[in-house]
Design a binder for this molecule. Structure first.
Ligand code: F6R
Length: 362
């Protein structure tokens, strides 16, 4: 049931404030993070290995930044289809964590089974609680996104990020890297995020306008730095999946190592950059793009938009949030941009060609 929306994808994008609030209510009580079952103690963990495919992999990549920066926990992250055939050594003290919306992705399941008996513990972050990946792990952490029908993952991504962030915040306190007060502060900010999601969803008109121009492009680049790099990858994946436009994401700092050769006035460049600690660096990359005639679509906050200058082609202005929470918020404009571009092109948003919701073949 599309509940009055034209597509499941639109419905699932719009549901994010509600599902995030519900997921938070299940995990956070009285300012404390509660994990199911016997929980997870990060204090003695030596290494965390995160494995997934596609969008779930980008959630893992984001989580690497969180676990390393907030909790000083060494993290390895890999694509399941590479991980499993590389037969990597799993040193003692490793916890392995698998992220999957469906819980049935063949490569992710095989990677999990490879780790069984080698890793100290096998965790999973899943949407479908009754799934093979959930069953085969020592502890399954549900994301509570509800049924996701659209082939392009949207609400599952933000809900995966939510659980991974909660784990990182717990790890930070378990390992003595963050005070309880700071954790409570961030949990309070996280609780306010569903309301802020609504503000982001209200940017629909400006995103639709930008999407009409993006729809004319043959190639689109996405740039991001730090926490915004995985988001740039996710934005590019979403766009190519449903609009069939060739989209590529780069870490902003990699631009001059090759991809800048692609820039001309026909290539829109989506820059995802809240006014955070890395903003100045990204702005200088953005100016390199504009100096070569590149059309920049900047996704930022008011302070970032003001500093970026007048040469930016279009700006999507989002509310300001603490830096660690930005990936959840910036997922929304990325999803809406892909959605409206696909609508402008007239492609089949919910059933994109060649794609299946659950990839149970290798
Ligand atoms: C992208 C998308 C896919 C999945 C990937 C993993 O929008 O939906 O990239 O994220 O196939 O699927 P799960 O999470 O079910 O393991």
């Amino acid at each position: 049931d599309k509940a009055g929306y034209k597509h499941f994808m639109a419905k699932e994008i719009a549901e994010q404030p509600t599902v995030l609030a519900g997921a938070l209510a299940s995990y956070v009580k009285d300012g404390t993070i509660h994990l199911p079952g016997e929980g997870v103690d990060f204090s003695k963990m030596q290494r965390l290995t995160l494995v997934a495919c596609g969008t779930a992999f980008y959630a893992c990549l984001t989580a690497k930044y969180w676990f390393e920066q907030l909790a000083r926990l060494p993290v390895e992250v890999d694509i399941a289809s590479e991980f499993r055939y590389r037969t990597p050594p799993i040193p003692a003290g490793t916890t392995a964590l698998f992220v999957s919306q469906s819980g049935e992705t063949a490569d992710t399941l095989a990677a999990l089974r490879y780790c069984a008996g080698k890793a100290d513990r096998i965790l999973s972050v899943v949407n479908v609680a009754e799934s093979s990946i959930a069953r085969d792990s020592d502890l399954a952490l549900p994301i509570y996104a509800g049924v996701e029908v659209g082939v392009a993952s949207t609400k599952a991504f933000t809900c995966q990020l939510n659980v991974l962030l909660l784990l990182a915040l717990k790890a930070a306190v378990d390992r003595g890297e963050m005070t309880r007060d700071r954790q409570v502060e961030l949990l309070t900010a996280l609780n306010a995020l569903p309301g802020i999601f609504n503000v982001a969803l209200d940017r629909d008109a400006v995103i639709r306008k930008a999407a009409r121009r993006i729809a004319e492009a043959r190639d689109v680049l996405f740039l991001g730095r730090g926490l915004m790099y995985p988001l740039a990858l996710e934005g590019a994946l979403k766009l190519k999946e449903i609009s069939y436009i060739h989209a590529e994401a780069y870490a902003s700092g990699e631009l001059k190592h090759g991809p800048i050769a692609l820039i001309d006035k026909t290539v829109p460049v989506v820059v995802m950059a809240p006014r955070d600690s890395l903003f100045d660096k990204t702005v200088s990359n953005m100016h390199e793009v504009m100096a070569r005639g590149g059309k920049v679509l900047l996704i930022s906050d008011a302070a970032g938009a003001a500093e970026a200058g007048a040469d930016v082609w279009q700006t999507i202005v989002l509310p300001e949030v603490p830096e660690v929470l930005s990936p959840l918020l910036y997922a929304l404009p990325a999803q809406l941009l892909a959605y409206h571009t696909a609508i402008a092109k007239g492609t089949d948003v919910d059933q994109p060609r060649n794609l299946a919701k659950s990839v149970t073949v290798e």
